[in-house]
Design a protein around this ligand. Structure first.
Ligand SMILES: Nc1ncnc2c1ncn2[C@@H]1O[C@H](COP(=O)(O)OP(=O)(O)OP(=O)(O)O)[C@@H](O)[C@H]1O
Length: 290
């Protein structure tokens, strides 16, 4: 049993395998064309040649999205990333995926992280079927593996539940359907580090449940899963640890229940998704004027 000094925790940590280490990470966006010299060739040249000093003069605004964030993630963990809008969750996830440079600090990863965002790019003009193949190849699966998993992916996505949609271009899908397909493709592979950005929020409840189960499975297969979500319920059901970001700073890192308790105090109560849904009631009767 763990004592209050956390001795047991220390022992456990020694046995665990770190998969992501963030060490004092700062991430800064630069937004061009916000002031004088906007868009001019001289301003662009200035930015290239004179670097940081000239940034301000050339109208470059810096947005400091993540500030001095450090944590260690271990194999087999599912970690929720929470925080109010604009607190830096997606930015941090992109940096862990290697898609954004860090300004200061370092991010080390063991294995290949894969970012699965609602915006993860598939080709809108191609059919769902072609996208399953493309997505699979992009994740490093062989053609034979994709063929073998194809039906499983389509079934999991539920895209064909209401007709033969998988042979239609993705642009004809609703946003929820597209998100489901993206998640299904990504979830077909066992990832070293899987980064999920709000993908569960768009699906309906039964799809969310399947996805949560798949996340638990991925964990069992020794990967690490990060899940960004505004649904405290999804976080509770899927994650055993939570990182809470606020204004780019890591405000809390700990067991899900502890962190969510503080977060809910901060935001003024549990989110709507966490509350039991009232049974669907017929709309209140409005007396129609005869
Ligand atoms: N491409 C960008 N260029 C400039 N600033 C950006 C860019 N993307 C995000 N930001 C800024 O970085 C900060 C963090 O944004 P981020 O999208 O990481 O927050 P988030 O916690 O994921 O928000 P949400 O819950 O609303 O999705 C915000 O202030 C945002 O305005």
């Amino acid at each position: 049993m763990a004592d209050n000094n956390g001795n047991d925790m220390g022992k456990q940590a020694d046995e665990r395998v770190p998969t992501v280490v963030a060490d004092g990470v700062d991430i800064v966006y630069r937004v061009n064309g916000t002031g004088a010299g906007r868009g001019s060739a001289t301003a662009a040249l200035n930015r290239i040649l004179r670097g940081r000093k000239a940034e301000k003069a050339a109208g470059v605004r810096r947005v400091h999205a993540v500030r001095n964030v450090s944590f260690v993630a271990y194999r087999g963990e599912a970690i929720g990333l929470i925080g109010t809008n604009g607190s830096g969750k997606s930015t941090l996830l992109k940096a862990v995926a290697g898609l954004l440079p860090v300004e200061n600090g370092r991010i080390y990863t063991d294995g290949q992280p894969s970012l699965l965002g609602v915006n993860a790019a598939l080709m809108n003009d191609l059919t769902g079927e072609r996208n399953v193949h493309l997505g699979g190849l992009a994740m490093g699966m062989s053609r034979a593996q994709i063929k073998e998993r194809y039906q499983e992916i389509v079934d999991f996505s539920g895209i064909n539940d209401k007709g033969d949609f998988i042979t239609l271009p993705m642009r004809t899908y609703s946003s929820g359907m597209a998100a489901r397909l993206r998640f299904s493709i990504a979830a077909a592979k066992d990832h070293d580090v899987l980064l999920v950005d709000e993908a569960l929020a768009t699906g309906d409840r039964s799809f969310q449940k399947r996805s949560e189960e798949r996340i638990r499975e991925l964990r069992r297969h020794a990967g690490t899963v990060f899940l960004v979500s505004h649904s405290n319920k999804s976080i509770r059901d899927t994650c055993d640890r939570v990182l809470w970001l606020e204004r780019g700073e890591l405000r809390m890192d700990g067991p899900t229940d502890e962190v969510l308790k503080e977060y809910e105090k901060f935001t003024g109560g549990p989110d709507r998704a966490a509350k039991p849904k009232p049974a669907a009631k017929p709309a209140p009767k409005t007396k129609t004027a005869a």
